[in-house]
Design a protein around this ligand. Structure first.
Ligand code: ZN
Ligand code: FE
Length: 239
């Protein structure tokens, strides 16, 4: 299994997950069609499935064109079935889905949107977090509540520490400034900032991260209660 990161739009990440045995692939959150189509052609993969973490345009923008071109099946959360363009398969919280190509469990993580989900490819321990968890940050609360987002992050914190986390936007550098401002004595954070700065200098994306780094460095995962999380999220919105 191989993950190919494809940059879309301004700062979105789409991911092609490839079964190397037969070159069948799924794409997670195709923000727009063209970069995905180019990459699919270049790598000569068969696009079979689209998985959407949530209904925002920058995550589903490629759905219909890709479906038309490659006849792939679109997976989305059952409660977002009216919002996800071209949806074919309605998935539920904690549902295990498997076929000959892939196996993953979906978790409902409301907060950014009411129907946001994340996908865990548990055999490889890869977690696709969309706009729920970013490296050194978390998604803005648009449709859901602070309470929901806090609980969604708690759910993610319970995965094993070596989980690789593939997130939805390249916000890491900006996020790091906020973490550093409010957690200025965190040595691990300083190391992580050096690491991401080096990557960005070489034009390498900061995705994926891993859960251990995020538990050590991501200030939103350090909040002990809902109240402090809500305050911190508000501070970030105005940072
Ligand atoms: Zn979004
Ligand atoms: Fe987004």
């Amino acid at each position: 299994m191989k993950v190919i990161t494809v940059k879309c739009l301004e700062d979105n990440f789409s991911y092609i997950v490839l079964n190397e045995k037969n070159n069948n692939a799924c794409v997670i959150d195709p923000g727009e069609p063209k970069p995905i189509i180019d990459r699919i052609r270049r790598e000569k993969v068969n696009l079979r499935y689209i998985l959407n973490t949530h209904h925002h345009g920058d995550h589903v923008g490629g759905n219909l064109e890709l479906k038309k071109k490659f006849k792939c099946k679109i997976f989305g959360f059952i409660k977002d079935k009216d919002k996800i363009p071209g949806i074919d398969v309605f998935i539920k919280h904690k549902e295990l889905y498997h076929n000959d190509d892939f196996e993953f469990i979906t978790y409902h993580t409301p907060g950014h949107t009411k129907g946001h989900v994340i996908f865990h490819f548990h055999k490889q321990n890869l977690l696709f977090t969309g706009d729920t968890l970013f490296s050194l940050g978390c998604g803005r609360i648009f449709e859901g509540s602070y309470d929901q987002m806090f609980k969604s992050l708690e759910l993610i914190k319970n995965f094993s520490k070596d989980t690789l986390i593939y997130f939805g936007h390249e916000y890491t550098l900006q996020n790091s400034k906020f973490c550093n401002y409010y957690d200025s004595n965190n040595e691990k954070l300083k190391e992580k900032i050096l690491e991401i700065t080096e990557k960005l200098k070489k034009n390498i994306s900061t995705t994926p991260t891993n859960l251990k780094d995020e538990l050590d460095c991501n200030i939103f995962l350090k909040c002990k209660d809902l109240n402090s999380f809500s305050k911190l999220r508000e501070l970030k919105d105005n940072f």
